[in-house]
Write a protein that binds this ligand. Structure first.
Ligand SMILES: *Cc1c(COP(=O)(O)O)cnc(C)c1O
Length: 457
């Protein structure tokens, strides 16, 4: 048996063993009766390789986490060094250098008013922390009625119960509704729905009127508004104008309501600036970070907040005002080390600047898809580019979800060596920042083929 056939049989064996014992996330496992499970052997740069030696271009950064490629030598070296010193330590009463340095750097990178960094270990947990902190702040300040949250239509903030409650993607939420706290929901500033000829700015401003009204009526009972700045990613990479954020910041301040910015997906350069909030020139009361924080290496999240909020919890122990939240792996030293190495790459490699050139190239190439008879819109925000395909272009009529046309694109692109994973009827690119022009050409070509195949009947 030569090496290839040996690997092929091992690849098939791994898939079989996986389906015998593993339950995968966000998956109807029955799909795998026909959909191959792919076992990845190794990764390098923007590429993944399976046990058959087949390579896949990771156009979605492995669920939006990877920034500087798989098995990045600099992050690898930092982790190997940290492994020789300390893998983990309890983070109450004890601390360590990677967490201290990371908190210092995050505080320095984010707006000046954000001076405190609370660690958790995944994105949903960061959202839970922000929600609990905001609620608890108003309790500690003697305003217990401020206990509700206001969210945007089509928003996504994670899938634990608190995070799910403040999100608004029906697919994830409907079934679990009886378990979720009640929230207020404002119409989204999502510019896909703007009138023909209307600018993004004008549409997002128009939508803000609804938000302003809700704040005026409900500020007395609201703890916080939570938003995904600029791009509603899981909601189909829907985008809006920064003016919405500057208006929202202003209104939250006027009405005495916290603003939680969930930059778990859009932080760390995704939208063209280090943080999306920078494009609106605003400082949220809570900034949630995860995903790209460790360059896609290890689970870690952080919630940045202000001295004012920190101060509301700081008192004699017996006043019982301390923030009560912890995870076993809070502030894990290996994860913090991966994050430090990631920030170091940002500091030395002119990443934001280089991404501007790459994003412009990707935009130029992908713009051609706008001419397709079933493409309603090609939209872009920095290193996120989305293509919305529809049943009827003139009426922007979507394909029924049950037809699962996106899955045809997924299957086809895998065959062609690209990992594209459409959200509903939206094909998107969210590549690692190490992607080059030839790889972007391939992504766009395979997406174009996929859209043609998925819309030809
Ligand atoms: C992914 C995501 C989350 C949840 O993060 P997990 O680490 O998957 O729990 C929360 N908010 C946004 C905007 C996200 O994209």
């Amino acid at each position: 048996m030569n090496a290839i056939t040996e690997n092929q049989s091992y690849s098939a064996e791994l898939a079989r063993r996986d389906l015998g014992v593993v339950w995968h996330p966000c998956t109807q496992m029955k799909d795998h009766e026909t959909l191959p499970m792919i076992a990845i052997r190794r990764g390098s740069g923007a590429w993944l390789e399976d046990f058959d030696g087949k390579r896949y271009l990771d156009a979605v950064s492995s669920w939006w986490v990877n920034l500087f490629g798989h098995s990045n030598p600099r992050i690898n070296a930092a982790l190997a060094d940290q492994l020789g010193n300390l893998e983990h330590v309890i983070f109450a009463g004890f601390t360590h250098e990677p967490a201290i340095r990371l908190a210092e750097q995050l505080v320095a990178l984010t707006p000046a008013e954000l001076t405190r960094c609370f660690f958790a270990d995944n994105g949903s947990a960061a959202v839970e922390v922000a929600i609990k902190m905001s609620f608890h702040y108003w309790q500690n300040r003697g305003m217990p009625k401020k206990a509700r949250f206001l969210t945007l239509q089509n928003s996504y903030h994670g899938e634990t119960l608190g995070a799910l409650a403040v999100g608004n993607v029906e697919l994830y939420k409907t079934l679990y509704k009886p378990l979720l706290m009640d929230v207020l929901t404002a119409p989204s500033p999502d510019c896909y729905y703007r009138e023909a000829g209307e600018s993004w700015e004008s549409y997002s401003l128009r939508q803000f009127a609804h938000m302003e009204r809700l704040l005026a009526h409900h500020a007395w009972e609201l703890a916080a508004v939570i938003v995904e700045p600029l791009v509603q990613c899981a909601g189909g990479m829907r985008m809006y104008h920064p003016v919405y954020l500057s208006r929202l910041r202003d209104a939250c301040t006027r009405y005495g309501v916290h603003l939680i910015a969930d930059e778990i997906a859009v932080g760390f350069g995704r939208t063209g600036t280090m943080f999306a909030c920078e494009q609106a020139g605003i400082t949220p009361d809570f900034l949630c970070l995860s995903k790209g924080l460790t360059g896609g290496y290890l689970p870690l999240s952080a919630v940045l907040t202000t001295e004012n909020i920190y101060g509301a919890f700081y008192d004699e122990y017996t006043k019982l005002t301390a923030f009560l939240h912890s995870h076993s792996y809070t502030g894990n030293p290996l994860a913090c080390t991966a994050a430090l190495a990631t920030l170091d790459i940002f500091a030395t490699d002119h990443v934001i600047e280089r991404n501007r050139t790459k994003a412009a190239y990707l935009g130029r190439r992908a713009r051609e898809l706008e001419n397709h008879a079933h493409v309603a819109e090609v939209r872009q925000c920095g290193m996120i580019l989305a293509v919305e395909f529809v049943k009827n272009k003139a009426r922007r009529e979507p394909y029924p979800w049950a037809e699962r046309r996106g899955q045809r694109i997924y299957r086809n692109s895998l065959q062609k060596g690209v990992l594209l994973r459409p959200v509903g009827n939206v094909v998107y690119f969210m590549p690692p920042y190490v992607v080059d022009e030839a790889e972007m050409d391939l992504m766009v070509q395979v997406a174009a083929d996929g859209i043609e195949l998925a819309t030809c009947d």
